[in-house]
Design a protein. Structure first.
Length: 391
């Protein structure tokens, strides 16, 4: 079980200068190279398999130790790495009641100069108890998977006020269940080249080309696709208080043995830091994404609206919330109809920062999927409380 999605650590979303390589890190990890965090949580999960019917509810007892390393190894190089073990015990889960998940993270950022930076990161997860379970999967199905995401970004200045960024991302999914592995094991690669122009110090114009490939491990000819994007937009930053990003464009998707299609692409986000340890962020995305039922659907056209808020009720008490609303259309294969689907996710948390080392929280998460494909509907609520100690 992942940490409650609404629990946001102050400062993690702060804006950085265009050439900075020192990413913000949690307060508990600042000022020292090594940090150990011990976390415990007790949650009631109303649908531990994310099923459409016959939902199984269970208490979940979680222990999650984590070790993290953050250091500026030179004046121009920042290095971070972490490992977290999560052990969940389900009092009412059929079959295996104890699940262990693992998260490995590493990042290397280097500034060759104030104009040229390189940023590399890799995240590897062994998820035995996924936060968001697959819609339409039969009850009691093991949805455990391994996921690796590699990101690379090289940014440099071509001339005064002109910049360029080369981006690469590769995401690999491998499911433990043989049926899910046959359907969903895949690699998603994204390559991008962006050119920017500083209109004024706080406003930057951006033009970007992206190419995405989705390659499935089995029956790829029926499921693989390639997408090309042409995108333009702006980045706006008013000091550190308000930042915004807007992108508009078009995407052309080629499917190897299915109908190809095209659609607009949109991406908007903004963040406003209105007080100490308090902010509001919101955004919208419209794009293609993969679906959990590749036998009936090629992919999904997703509209995603999201809002995140964190408000310091006092220097020691912080309330946070997140809301995501996703009306989408599942793209039916040849001869099959499309299906409308709406996913709603809500997360709420109240945290007491007893000290820089201690944090106690109560949390609630709600997932709801309504779909024309009745097998895909699901509802899931998780209510709990936990504490963490860092040293």
């Amino acid at each position: 079980m992942n940490y409650p999605r609404a629990l946001v650590v102050a400062g993690l979303l702060s804006a950085l200068p265009a050439w900075a390589v020192y990413a913000p890190i949690p307060d508990q990890e600042q000022g020292k190279e090594w940090t150990v965090t011990l976390r415990g949580d007790v949650t009631n999960d109303t649908n531990i398999f994310g099923s459409q019917s016959g939902a199984i509810s269970s208490m979940v007892y979680e222990a999650a130790p984590k070790v993290a390393f953050n250091a500026s190894v030179t004046q121009q190089t920042f290095l971070s790495a972490s490992y977290e073990l999560t052990v969940d015990y389900f009092s009412d889960r059929p079959g295996t009641k104890t699940l262990d998940s693992h998260d490995f993270n590493g990042r290397l950022a280097h500034a060759f100069s104030s104009e040229t930076t390189l940023d590399l990161s890799d995240d590897y997860s062994i998820a035995k108890n996924p936060e968001s379970l697959l819609a339409g999967v039969a009850i009691n199905t093991d949805q455990s998977y391994k996921r690796n995401e590699l990101n690379g970004k090289l940014s440099t200045s071509l001339a005064p006020r002109f910049g360029t960024t080369l981006k690469v991302r590769s995401v690999n999914y491998r499911y433990d269940n043989d049926t899910l592995a046959t359907s969903l094991d895949r690699t998603e690669n994204l390559y991008g080249l962006a050119l920017s122009y500083d209109v004024v110090p706080e406003l930057k114009g951006v033009g970007e080309y992206r190419h995405e490939t989705v390659s499935y491990r089995t029956a790829g000819a029926n499921k693989d696709k390639q997408t090309d994007f042409l995108i333009g937009g702006v980045d706006y930053a008013l000091a550190k208080q308000f930042t915004a990003t807007a992108r508009l464009g078009y995407q052309w998707r080629h499917r190897d043995e299915e109908r190809s299609s095209s659609a607009p692409y949109a991406e908007f986000s903004g963040k406003y830091d209105y007080a100490q340890n308090s902010f509001l962020s919101a955004g919208y995305v419209y794009t293609f994404e993969e679906t959990s039922n590749v036998a009936l659907y090629t992919d999904t056209k997703v509209n995603r609206f999201f809002v995140n808020v964190q408000h310091a009720l006092s220097p020691l008490v912080v309330a946070s919330g997140s809301f995501t609303y996703e009306p989408s259309v599942l793209q039916g294969r040849r001869g099959l109809p499309n299906a409308n689907e709406t996913t709603t996710r809500l997360g709420l948390a109240l945290s007491y920062l007893a000290s820089k080392n201690w944090m106690i929280s109560a949390h609630f998460d709600h997932d709801n999927v309504n779909s024309d494909d009745l097998s895909r509907g699901q509802r899931r609520d998780r209510t709990g409380a936990g504490a963490s100690y860092s040293f």
